[in-house]
Ligand binder design. Structure first.
Ligand code: MCF
Ligand code: FE
Length: 415
């Protein structure tokens, strides 16, 4: 038994309850009690204990969409227009992906320092697998499938199956294999159906980039615009046509659990269909850079929304707190005090639900996946969620399944 306490505890339940001088009792990786720290140490008097003074203890963040393999990118890809970005990816992908091991390790570290404990990692090639398995993160590992050329389907499917198999061999409570379909403009429907039937059969979580750009919507609706040229010139396809309508693509995911990433161009009806088939993931900095736009939240149920960084392929860094602050500052029509709480819940409780993880909230029976930030000024705050979002910088400690995985400063206040 272990007890960990702090001056402030953000429970991250639906009401955003905050406790003072409280803590959690942990047994076999899970939370068994949450209460006043003094009461806990009396009740479990044989437990090892640690109290973090002037600190906030909260569930580690859940970043449900990140491409670690692209972590070498700084200025290789071009921003400001989705088509230009995709052209630059096609041109410079190889140099960005080359020799990426150190960049992946650095990216994992940056995630952790900003409080991320769980990720949804989109893996295009499997190059990030071992670094992730050996990291302090809890990982949902989305093996990506991509390819629209019908003559390459067999090869692409068997390559995907091999990666999925490799990942299955390492499955554990900290590493959960899953499936990502790249997008409706890049995956042939035969390939999509094969992969989705496997996901259904094995009850694997799925993720897909969907309605990210105006270019994508135009292609799905009329087979015109940027993607017509992309197919003709880059992929050398004659008289190309979209392989799905928007409705046909949504249909594919019926009765599944899917993370729909971006959805910037989805209309009200489509958003409601997507929220029924899973969760919406928004990546504010990526969306700003690639599409000059942010998700309109007017018709989005915040409980169905999670916030992600995307990869360095479309972001200046992988600091999750930076992403949350971007979110906070990007919606001036929202009351910043309430919105700060909603953002923190999306980053914890709702993010965990989108990845089907039993964490993201300090509740009995949940995994003890949490982190500690030292912020002395929060003691007198009357707006703790907002002030936390504004001033949190770097974790002091990160725990996974009740075990301290990283400490940035040695703790003098034990016992
Ligand atoms: O989410 C962003 C933008 N939308 C689509 N794809 C990617 C993003 N960041 C990286 N990607 C990757 C994707 O996983 O780009 C590659 C794929 O492997 C090539 S896209 C034809
Ligand atoms: Fe992405």
């Amino acid at each position: 038994m272990k007890i960990v306490g702090a001056s402030k505890v953000f429970v991250c339940d639906e009401n955003f309850k905050i406790l003072e001088d409280s803590g959690i009792a942990i047994k076999e990786g899970k939370i068994v009690a949450i209460d006043d720290y003094k009461k806990l140490i009396q009740k479990y008097n044989n437990a090892t204990k640690i109290f973090y003074k002037d600190c906030v203890l909260l569930p580690s963040f859940v970043n449900p969409h990140i491409h670690f393999e692209f972590s070498n990118n700084l200025a290789n890809f071009t921003y400001g227009n989705f088509g230009n970005w995709l052209d630059s990816v096609m041109q410079k992908r190889d140099e960005v992906l080359n020799d990426n091991t150190n960049a992946i390790l650095q990216a994992i570290h940056e995630q952790i320092l900003s409080g991320v404990g769980s990720v949804g990692a989109i893996s295009s090639y499997g190059d990030d697998m071992h670094s992730l398995i050996n990291s302090p993160l809890k990982v949902v590992f989305f093996n990506e499938v991509i390819g629209s050329n019908p003559s390459a389907i067999d090869f692409l499917y068997s390559n995907f199956l091999q990666r999925l198999k490799n990942s299955m061999q390492h499955a554990s409570i900290n590493f959960i294999p899953a499936i990502a379909l790249h997008s409706p403009y890049s995956v042939h429907f035969i390939l999509a159906k094969k992969v989705l039937s496997l996901a259904r059969e094995k009850n694997l979580l799925t993720s897909v980039h969907f309605l990210e750009s105006r270019e994508e919507r135009q292609w799905l609706e009329s087979s015109q615009g940027y993607f017509k040229k992309f197919y003709e010139k880059t992929l050398q396809v004659k008289d190309p046509k979209s392989l799905y309508s928007i409705q046909e693509f949504i249909e594919l995911f019926k009765n599944m659990d899917t993370l729909f990433v971006h959805c910037l161009e989805a209309n009200v009806k489509e958003l409601s269909q997507l929220m029924q088939s899973g969760h919406i993931i928004t990546c504010p900095k990526s969306n700003r850079l690639l599409n000059n736009k942010l998700l309109n939240l007017d018709h989005v149920n915040m409980q169905k929304l999670s916030i992600a960084t995307d990869g360095k392929s479309s972001n200046n860094n992988l600091n999750y707190l930076d992403e949350l602050r971007t979110m906070l500052f990007s919606y001036p029509n929202k009351n910043c005090i309430d919105f700060a709480k909603e953002i923190l819940l999306s980053a914890t409780l709702y993010g965990a639900r989108s990845l089907r993880l039993s964490n993201g909230s300090l509740q009995e029976g949940f995994f003890a996946d949490f982190c500690i930030f030292e912020i002395p000024s929060l003691a007198t705050s009357t707006q703790p969620a907002l002030h936390f979002l504004l001033h949190a910088r770097e974790i002091q400690a990160l725990y996974r399944n009740g075990i301290c995985m990283l400490e940035t400063k040695s703790q003098k206040n034990s016992n």
